[in-house]
Design a protein around this ligand. Structure first.
Ligand SMILES: Cc1cc2nc3c(=O)[nH]c(=O)nc-3n(C[C@H](O)[C@H](O)[C@H](O)COP(=O)(O)OP(=O)(O)OC[C@H]3O[C@@H](n4cnc5c(N)ncnc54)[C@H](O)[C@@H]3O)c2cc1C
Length: 390
């Protein structure tokens, strides 16, 4: 391990930190990743595990994000065929569903257009004769069922694969390693970190560029940087999932919670079913996030409502934290765009990643590297992440 100097030091080995490390190492830079618990120990193992455009983001007009996510979905299907696979989604429309069938058709058409109109982007309407084969989906009041293709992954495995790829291009990964402090120098940052157990003597290194990929800890990491860098005001919003032991169907469902009409996914997962998610305001230590009884009941009620004969048992619950820019309106209406914050616009030596999606990690990493390029020395690029098989 190069304890002396690195071009890029990344705090956090979630999908964003792993992505930046891979992109930087493949670009020929000397990279160090510091992770306090383990790769994907934070949000990146607690997501809905979808590599998707995000059909619902169309409602809030986030068209550039949806287009970019759909392009990234196709890239990941190509470069990570063992980790990302297509998944058929069914969208039932009932009398009481918030959106009418014509609105669904419009949304799915737009989704197909933003995806590039290939056969993989087409949606279809399922005739009544097929409704009985949808895993016991409630049919009273059902007006239409649409289906379209998106993709699913194992988020933690994807994160580990991206980090392994970074390592294969020479990145050092220190774990467990708690980032403690960074102090600005003429050429970047002097960085202190400690291996667990806490109290061990801090280790020092130098990074020309410091990337804060702390996920829900992004604010805490920023507070340890001297002088204080500009930061973005964010809210942490908890999202829970339940893992049940019985499958509903090979495909997934996009339904509305009967309680508040929020979208909920019912997905196949490891031979059983994954259902999520919720939106609960969170305060406290991100390491302590867990699904609440109210969240579990909300999700079970949704499952029972649409699949009255389903008898699966809950075998695990999980909760993760969305990092959303502070703002008005319900969390689901807020932008899912990634916000990059830098210490100075022309030659940033510090960059923090706020929010974002699993799906777009690769594109985000490219964007991060473009932003910090003026501060970095010239190096010979080794590979392009668009073509690195995971
Ligand atoms: C409920 C939910 C569902 C989601 N579903 C989807 C989905 O289906 N598809 C999609 O595309 N996106 C989804 N997302 C978004 C996606 O999961 C996140 O954007 C992504 O996982 C965030 O990754 P990250 O690397 O920024 O954060 P994290 O994965 O949380 O990683 C941050 C890492 O930084 C480390 N760290 C923090 N502080 C320190 C320190 N001082 N020293 C060392 N290490 C430190 C942490 O231990 C952690 O491992 C979902 C998010 C949530 C909450």
């Amino acid at each position: 391990m190069n304890r002396g100097g690195y071009d890029v030091v990344v705090v956090g080995a979630g999908i964003q930190g792993a992505g930046v490390a891979q992109c930087a190492a493949a670009s020929g830079y000397r990279v160090l990743v510091l992770e306090q618990y383990g790769p994907a120990a934070g949000t990146s193992s607690r997501s809905s595990k979808l590599i998707h455009g995000g059909l619902r983001y169309l409602e809030t007009g986030q068209f550039p994000l949806v287009r970019q996510s759909l392009a990234e979905r196709e890239t990941l299907l190509r470069i990570a065929p063992l980790l990302v696979h297509r998944l058929e989604f069914y969208v039932p429309v009932y009398r009481e569903t918030r959106r009418r069938p014509w609105e669904l058709r419009l949304g799915l058409s737009l989704y197909a257009v933003l995806g590039g109109l290939g056969p993989q982007h087409r949606f279809r309407s399922l005739g009544r004769a097929l409704w009985g084969g949808l895993g016991g989906l409630r049919t009273d009041g059902l007006a239409a069922v649409y289906s379209y293709l998106d993709a699913q992954t194992d988020d933690a495995a994807l994160t580990r694969a991206v980090l392994d790829s970074a390592r294969s291009f020479g990145a050092d990964v220190s774990c467990p390693a708690v980032f403690q402090k960074a102090t600005r120098t003429d050429a970047g940052y002097s960085i202190q970190y400690a291996s667990h157990p806490s109290g061990a003597r801090p280790i020092e290194c130098h990074g020309t560029v410091l990337v804060n990929a702390g996920g829900p800890w992004v604010g805490q990491v920023a507070e340890r940087v001297d002088p204080p860098p500009p930061s973005v005001e964010v809210e942490l919003v908890q999202g829970a999932h339940l893992h049940l032991d019985e499958p509903v169907l090979e495909g997934a469902f996009y339904v509305e919670s009967p309680a508040d009409r929020r979208p909920v996914f019912v997905m196949p997962w490891q031979g059983g079913t994954l259902i999520g998610t919720t939106e609960t305001a969170f305060r406290g230590d991100p390491a302590s996030v867990t699904a609440t009884p109210a969240e579990s009941e909300y999700l079970l009620e949704t499952l029972r409502h649409y699949f009255p004969a389903y008898r699966g048992r809950v075998i695990a619950t999980m909760a993760g934290l969305r990092v959303l820019p502070h703002g008005k309106g319900a969390p689901q209406e807020r932008s899912r765009e990634t916000v990059l914050s830098v210490d100075r616009a022309d030659r940033p030596h510090y960059l923090a990643i706020y929010g974002g999606k699993l799906t777009t990690y690769r594109a985000t990493a490219e964007c991060v590297m473009r932003r910090v390029l003026p501060a970095l020395p010239g190096r010979r690029s080794l590979a392009d992440t668009r073509n690195i098989t995971l």
